[in-house]
Design a protein around this ligand. Structure first.
Ligand code: SF4
Length: 339
């Protein structure tokens, strides 16, 4: 009889793991709390470092899950550990007996309004990285050409006061990508990136950074923005300190984009509470072994994939999802061949 695997979360990690588990011969039940599958990828326009379409990338992942039982707008209401399986009661009224469970609950974006000094939700010109992606996707960028645009890195990341000392890993590259994209739309605008230090660690990321400077003339200013205020003519006055020259700096902008970082998802936390899953200081789930088995939790038969164990890029998320499918296959084979 085919074994049942419950996958919680229909973002890239959940989709990729489900497709691989299906190929390995399992009966996969994939649940997603939102109306549509795809997680944050469904809300993005283009992806770094090559600017490929997020929609095309998502469609390729969705093609792979045809044949998987998918329930959207569905969450786990109750999850119980049985002797050799898990009993899951879903919000759609269905009960599932799962031989293994994969948690792929991803991340939530940091709520930028919590950093009051940046004025998100107060000044119209202050938006987040996600708002800008939506504007690109919906082709709703401001019609009036902005003269100057700024990007603030590390919003809600690497920030003890915000309760998150960890780096979100993807927002430096996203900021550089978005800075190039706004420059493509508004070539005459001055574009600034305010950063703490640039973490462009992936293949071709450095090329993107060099292109941003050489081709697009984007100005990188090392320093934290301390205050944003509105000018009498409705623009934004931004105060920062250039920590390379040790000089205070004031610039007037028309748009300020806050690079909101990754936080553990509320939906993941809810599952964690039901099973007493352990988390690390950053709030993301702890793996059984941070070197040899990131996908295994401390509970037998319960696995992780993607950003529920910490911020990661899309390629890393997809690698983890494939690894999780292999780990689950190994677990099922070992567990059910026991005498
Ligand atoms: S990736 Fe860059 S912007 Fe994001 S938290 Fe790390 S250093 Fe800050």
């Amino acid at each position: 009889m085919k074994k049942n695997i419950l996958v919680i979360g229909g973002g890239p990690a959940g989709l990729e793991a489900s497709a691989n588990l299906k190929r390995l011969g399992y009966n996969v039940i994939l649940i997603e709390k939102d109306k549509q599958l795809g997680g944050h990828l469904a809300k993005w326009d283009r992806l770094f470092p090559d600017g490929v379409s997020a929609k095309q990338t998502l469609n390729a992942l969705l093609d792979e899950v045809s044949g998987v039982n998918c329930f959207t707008e569905t969450e786990v209401q109750q999850l119980n550990v049985l002797e050799k399986s898990y009993n899951a009661i879903l919000s759609n009224g269905i009960t599932i007996l799962a031989d293994a469970v994969l948690l792929a609950s991803g991340f939530d974006l940091f709520k930028a309004e919590k950093k009051e000094e940046y004025g998100y939700g107060i000044y119209e010109g202050v938006i987040t990285n996600a708002d800008l992606e939506e504007a690109f996707r919906e082709k709703k960028l401001p019609a009036k050409h902005p003269q100057a645009i700024g990007f603030v890195h590390c919003v809600g990341s690497r920030d003890e006061k915000a309760g998150n000392p960890a780096c979100s890993k993807v927002c430096c590259a996203t900021a550089v990508k978005q800075a190039c994209e706004v420059k493509e739309v508004y070539p005459d605008a001055d574009v600034y990136c305010f950063y703490m230090d640039l973490r462009m660690f992936g293949r071709h990321y450095e090329d993107l950074y060099l292109k941003a400077q050489k081709e697009f003339g984007i100005r990188f200013i090392r320093g934290r923005v301390s205050e944003v205020a509105e000018t009498t003519d409705g623009r934004l006055q931004v105060k920062a300190e250039d920590t390379l020259s040790s000089k205070p700096l004031k610039v007037t902008l028309d748009m300020l984009v806050l690079m909101a970082g990754m936080r553990p998802s509320e939906s993941g936390k809810s599952v964690g509470r039901q099973l007493n899953l352990t988390t690390e200081e950053d709030g993301f789930f702890s793996s059984a072994d941070n070197l040899l088995s990131i996908q295994r939790s401390k509970l037998p038969g319960f696995f992780y994939a993607g950003a529920c164990t910490g911020a990661k890029t899309l390629p890393d998320t997809l690698h983890e999802a494939r690894s999780a499918a292999i780990e689950i296959d190994r677990y099922i084979k070992e567990k059910f061949s026991e005498k």
